[in-house]
Design a protein around this ligand. Structure first.
Ligand code: AMP
Ligand code: ZN
Length: 184
C-alpha cells in the first residue's frame, strides 16, 4: 500500500543534491503533505531560442495576431485570453524573463505603454492590468519575457476574476483583433 512517504518525489538523477538545504530536506522527509516545493524541484526552464515559441513568433515562423511592433518589441493577442483584448508584449531578443540577463523592461516599456493606450482607445475597457511573471513559481509558463496587458470589464472585476482560463474560440480572437487593428 502506498503511503504519503512513498509519494515523496525523489531527487532527479543528474540534479544537484539538495543536502545543502537541511531545513527543506527535513520537510520532504515528512511526506508529500508537508512538502513545500522549492525552486530546485522544478525542471530547468527552456533556454534555447530555437525551442522558444515566442522567438518563433518574432521570426514569423509561427502565426500570431499581431497588434503592434517596433524595433525592440512585438505585441500579439494571447491565444488563451483571460479577458477580451488580452495582449502580450515581448522583447524581440530572447531573454527568459524580465529580471534575467540584460534588462529588457526598459526596451519594451514604450511598447507596453503604446499597447495599453491603444487597447484603451479601441476597446474602451473599464480597467486594465499590466503584469509580468518571472519564474515558474510566479506562474510563468513561457520562458521568453513577456508583459500581459489585460483589459478589464466591469462584469468581472478585481483580482479574483483576473485569471480566467476559459477557451476562447478563434472567431472571437479574430473579432477583437479586427477591432484593435482597425484604423482610427
Ligand atoms: P505566462 O503564463 O505568464 O508565462 O504567460 C504565457 C502566456 O502565453 C499564456 O497566457 C498563454 O496563453 C500564452 N501563449 C502561449 N502560446 C501562445 C501563442 N502561440 N500565441 C499567443 N499566446 C500564447
Ligand atoms: Zn525566445
Amino acid at each position: 500500500m502506498k503511503t504519503g512517504k512513498d509519494r515523496v518525489k525523489p531527487d532527479k538523477p543528474g540534479k544537484p543534491d539538495r543536502q545543502d538545504k537541511p531545513d527543506k530536506q527535513g520537510k520532504r522527509d515528512k511526506g508529500e503533505r508537508d512538502h513545500v516545493p522549492v525552486l530546485s524541484d522544478l525542471e530547468p526552464e527552456q533556454a534555447s531560442p530555437e525551442d522558444c515559441i515566442f522567438c518563433r513568433i518574432v521570426a514569423g515562423e509561427l502565426p500570431s495576431r499581431q497588434v503592434y511592433a517596433d524595433d525592440h518589441a512585438v505585441a500579439f493577442l494571447d491565444i488563451n485570453a483571460w479577458h477580451r483584448g488580452h495582449t502580450l508584449v515581448i522583447p524581440r531578443r530572447h531573454v527568459v524573463d524580465l529580471v534575467a540577463g540584460e534588462p529588457s523592461l526598459p526596451e519594451i516599456a514604450p511598447a507596453v505603454d503604446a499597447v495599453a493606450r491603444m487597447l484603451n482607445e479601441r476597446l474602451a475597457p473599464d480597467g486594465m492590468n499590466i503584469l509580468s511573471s518571472a519564474g515558474r513559481v510566479a506562474g510563468q509558463t513561457v520562458f521568453h519575457a513577456h508583459v500581459h496587458v489585460i483589459p478589464r470589464y466591469a462584469d468581472q472585476p478585481g483580482f479574483t476574476h483576473l485569471v480566467n482560463p476559459v477557451e476562447v474560440p478563434d472567431g472571437e480572437l479574430d473579432s477583437v483583433w479586427r477591432q484593435i487593428s482597425a484604423a482610427p
